[in-house]
Design a protein around this ligand. Sequence first.
Ligand SMILES: Cc1cc2nc3c(=O)[nH]c(=O)nc-3n(C[C@H](O)[C@H](O)[C@H](O)COP(=O)(O)OP(=O)(O)OC[C@H]3O[C@@H](n4cnc5c(N)ncnc54)[C@H](O)[C@@H]3O)c2cc1C
Length: 617
Amino acid sequence: MEVLRQLGLEETVWGHVPPSEHWRRFRYCTSLLGDDLAVMDHFRTEEFKFLGSLSPCRVAQLSQPILENILSEAANAAAESSGAKVLTGHIVQDLAPRSEDGGVNVTIRPTNGGPPTTVAAQYVVGADGTRSAVRRALGITSRGEHDMESFASIHFTSRELGKRLAKDRRGAMLSFVFSPDVLGVVVSHDLRRGDWVIHAPFFPPAQSLEDICGTEEACIEIIRQCCAPMSTHKGAEDDPLRDLELHSVRAWGMHATCATSFAGMGNRVFLAGDAAHQFPPSGGFGVNAGLVDAHNLVWKLAYTLQGKAGPSLLASYDLERRPVIEDALSVAVDNYRRGLLPARAMGLERNLVATAVSMLGQGGATLPWAGDLVSGMLTVGKQHLRSPALVKSRVKRVVEEDQDALPLLFPRTDKGFRYFPEAGGVARPASSPTSTPRDLSPSEFWLKPRLKRGTQTDIALGTSPGQALPHAWILERDSNLRLSTIDIISAQLPAYTLLYAMPSIWRPALETLHQKYGKAKTDRVLRGVALVPLQSPDGTTGDTGDFKEAVYVYEANSPWEQLREISERGALLVRPDGHIAAQLAGPSSSTPSASPRDLSHDILDVLEELELRINCN
Ligand SMILES: Cc1cc2nc3c(=O)[nH]c(=O)nc-3n(C[C@H](O)[C@H](O)[C@H](O)COP(=O)(O)OP(=O)(O)OC[C@H]3O[C@@H](n4cnc5c(N)ncnc54)[C@H](O)[C@@H]3O)c2cc1C
């Protein structure tokens, strides 16, 4: 959401978000209209309270196709205003390095069957999903846990069902259905539109998609059992599924994998999103991680193309993003195991079935009775569900009392990471497990210790290099508008920000740079922003001379006083993606007379260390 806020899209997104009452809970139930076994309200957790102080953005649920439309409209508008061309309806077939200038030739083919053509690119970003052709062309493999689980996903709509659940105040983002007849997870995309997807597990190669969803009738039967079995309503007129429309059925496999590198061809080609990493849905990290990949990469490409940066800037993409992703993957796998605990408490051992399938091996699993064996095991497992009272008390303990089932909010994973390329990784709390995912045997899978509770609120906020600029509420001095510190970083003008509390110290240094290189050139790399205490004379006086800088103020006792971690004489150099590049100490209070020239040298020294150049064409 913070990335979308920076792009000016936050309000548009909120225009589509359903009321939180419709999605703030996870339900564990016998069917959507049946009995609740347990309910987890994620707005009553420590993580939710903590998030409120961590970000100006609120948590939202939005279905992916709607978000993709919003992003695609924004991308088309940006392309139109900048003269760029968006080419759709083409498939990337292959890439080849170009010896003349180090660029990349990309072979593309129209999807309607025309002949292939070649595009001469300077840089390529492969955001082409799990089966990435770009990743394949680079010869990069993925490491981690492949084929953790397989699901049939059934997409359907029923407004009547949505209305009934909204009226009964039983809306939930996820409903885990456990009944002797069916096991499945029902995802509610929007109760108002009655838009749903059911994910029902199956066990290939002993079972296939056709075995469980081979006909329309079989799919409708699964939908009915998960949502509204006949026992939950009085006849056809009362049937909440009377307007049911089945849209699609497909199989998907769950993986927790990460590409061994996010860059190739000498940092001319990059991988982002699912092309670089595949998350299990447990945690909802997939889209978020892809957005942050892009947020990390695009300004680096712009700086490099404009000649403002040396090669280390683009090289930092892989060094920064991959460890963050590996850390998030370990959280997602932990979530997945946590998500199985309620079923386990009911005596449903998913892993026993998975172990039986793996014991049969590839050959054995295709024997005619292999599918029957799996169905038989599942039927035996589901017998426990015929004693709802016993099951209910066990599930309630895991979900509501111990809060040891699948969580929804992950402040540390989403917000608490720190880019730390020097150490080849991210700084992470000691309680975090080893990061690199790898294949685990079924017994290892369960024996691996789970993450400690509370890990997600264990974040050190601050302004060390690599950390995200922390959020605190501030005011824009001229308009008195209430903003966040993170709003200081503009997406419209991607430049580093020199953020200081004492303009009288830092303005002259910037003016020296303006005189040396010209204001326009300096501003393209680095702009000054003042964030001053409300009572400070620096905050209330007007700008000096030609120097126009944005001025923000913070009130007395603002959390910013602690969060900024530097003295009020210092300055922070913040990257265009909001991560801290450097802390500059400024003159000490005992030698306040450091000349503007000295400080401009300090700034230039830091820029040189970062391989950034103001003096470029
Ligand atoms: C069941 C399920 C539930 C999920 N739930 C969540 C969730 O709650 N939250 C969340 O954040 N994430 C979730 N995800 C993950 C999320 O859907 C993905 O992480 C996300 O779609 C990745 O976006 P992407 O753009 O990288 O890849 P994709 O969405 O796969 O897009 C890739 C694009 O590249 C195009 N393409 C492919 N090959 C080529 C080629 N050769 N040439 C040109 N174009 C090509 C494709 O047509 C497509 O448009 C879920 C995933 C699944 C399966």
